[in-house]
Design a protein around this ligand. Structure first.
Ligand SMILES: NC(=O)c1ccc[n+]([C@@H]2O[C@H](COP(=O)([O-])OP(=O)(O)OC[C@H]3O[C@@H](n4cnc5c(N)ncnc54)[C@H](O)[C@@H]3O)[C@@H](O)[C@H]2O)c1
Length: 380
């Protein structure tokens, strides 16, 4: 299989997971890392024995050895850096959300169309949980029947104190939304991926539960519990909670809520599909189990077991039953799908999220923000 030379840009919370994932993929060679905090880049390069490190995106882009760049920088840098990666003729694996707003997303689509030789992906990693693929295959085969109701939530706790602060609360860095863009984007992508249908109208209520936060004067890591004595008070306008009613183009109706202020939840990403034949429920925190709800028979759990899963689910499941796979495995599976596609004849449509799909998520996010402001349903 063709091997690709990889550079990872942005080495914060998620950059570390990209390093880990890429090192597990047979046709990847991690040759460089880069971060504007060059000390950080140097430390990562030494820690993992990576040949080269850089202190700027420009240096990484100029490296002729690199075939693929992973963009793991904060949201406000996605559009410009992604465009530069595409224009440099390097394949792009970008973190979500694709951009800060739909206008930026459309401009990236234009750039991508002008460079059809460049393959682009956006990291909606929850897709590649084996039991997510299992639900998708079963729905495709008609085992759920008509999809009628889709519901769920994505809850986290890491913003629940007023001392929790992150660039995600600043529109300049985050974009049009905080929590919907940050984690609601994953939820909407998964629902659309699993059902093969689009969310086409939304009615939302976005709430800022903590309107004033203490911003530490020195940088605090994402998801860190660190509290800094020196801080400035910041008024917060962006949401840390949101509830959304929606309709899909397959006729299904749905609702979800997202929160980053819910104690006890680290990555509580749950989804339930109610169909005309049965129901499916899956939660990321109990990754290896899929609940099937039946009328007229015993409800049951499908326990992840590559021996009995559909080929699509088996393709992203490496370990035998009883050997739990988790977040990191699905994350790696999503990136692996990208590199397998790169090495293939690229004739079939990929299972990772395309720029078009990621742009649509930005469009939905904008509609959700608008709906909450105008207190009405918005057609997308
Ligand atoms: N897919 C997922 O599950 C997931 C999870 C977390 C974060 N993310 C996404 O990843 C991105 C980064 O989030 P994070 O939590 O890792 O942020 P972070 O703040 O922890 O890390 C960002 C890193 O980028 C570096 N950086 C800033 N400007 C740069 C520049 N111009 N060039 C190179 N490096 C630069 C910073 O020094 C920092 O090391 C966000 O877009 C976020 O939405 C995705």
């Amino acid at each position: 299989m063709k091997v690709f030379n990889v550079g990872i840009l942005g080495l914060g919370y998620i950059g570390a997971s990209h390093i880990d994932a890429v090192r597990r993929i047979p046709n990847c060679r991690l040759v460089a890392v880069a971060d504007t905090n060059i000390e950080f880049a140097k430390a990562r390069a030494e820690q993992y024995g990576i040949e080269k490190y850089y202190g700027s995106p420009e240096e990484l882009l100029a490296d002729p050895d690199i075939d693929v760049i992973h963009n793991c920088t904060p949201n406000h840098l996605h559009t410009d850096i992604n465009r530069a990666v595409i224009e440099a003729g390097k394949h792009l694996f970008s973190e979500k959300p694709l951009s800060r707003n739909y206008e930026e997303a459309l401009s990236l689509l234009e750039t991508s169309k002008a460079h059809p030789e460049v393959v682009c992906a956006v990291n909606f990693n929850y897709r590649m949980n084996p039991l997510v693929q299992e639900m998708r295959s079963r729905i495709k085969k008609g085992e759920l029947g008509d999809v009628r109701i889709v519901s769920g939530a994505y809850q986290q706790q890491h913003m629940m104190y007023d001392t929790d602060y992150n660039w995600r609360f600043e529109p300049e860095f985050s974009g049009i939304s905080c929590t919907v863009a940050d984690i609601g984007s994953h939820w909407m992508d998964l629902v659309q991926h699993v059902t093969g249908s689009k969310i086409v109208s939304v009615m939302a209520d976005l709430v800022t539960t903590i309107p004033v936060r203490k911003k530490a004067k020195k940088q605090v890591d994402t998801f860190s519990n660190a509290v800094c004595d020196e801080y400035e008070l910041k008024n917060i306008e962006m949401e840390d909670y949101g509830a959304v009613l929606f309709k899909m183009d397959n006729g299904a109706t749905g609702l979800f809520h997202v929160s980053q202020v819910s104690a006890g939840h680290g990555c509580c990403f749950g989804v339930e599909f109610n169909g005309s034949k049965c129901s499916y429920r899956w939660n990321q925190e109990e990754n290896d189990r899929l609940w099937i709800g039946l009328r007229g028979d015993d409800n049951r759990y499908v326990i992840r077991d590559p021996n009995y899963m559909t080929p699509e689910a088996k393709a992203v499941s490496a370990l035998a039953m009883g050997h739990p796979e988790g977040w990191n495995d699905a994350f790696c599976g999503n990136i692996r799908a990208f590199y397998e596609y790169l090495a293939s004849d690229r004739a079939t449509s990929p299972s990772f999220a395309s720029l078009e799909e990621a742009s649509y998520i930005i469009r939905l996010t904008e509609a959700i923000v608008k709906s909450s402001k105008e207190k009405r349903w918005i057609e997308v």
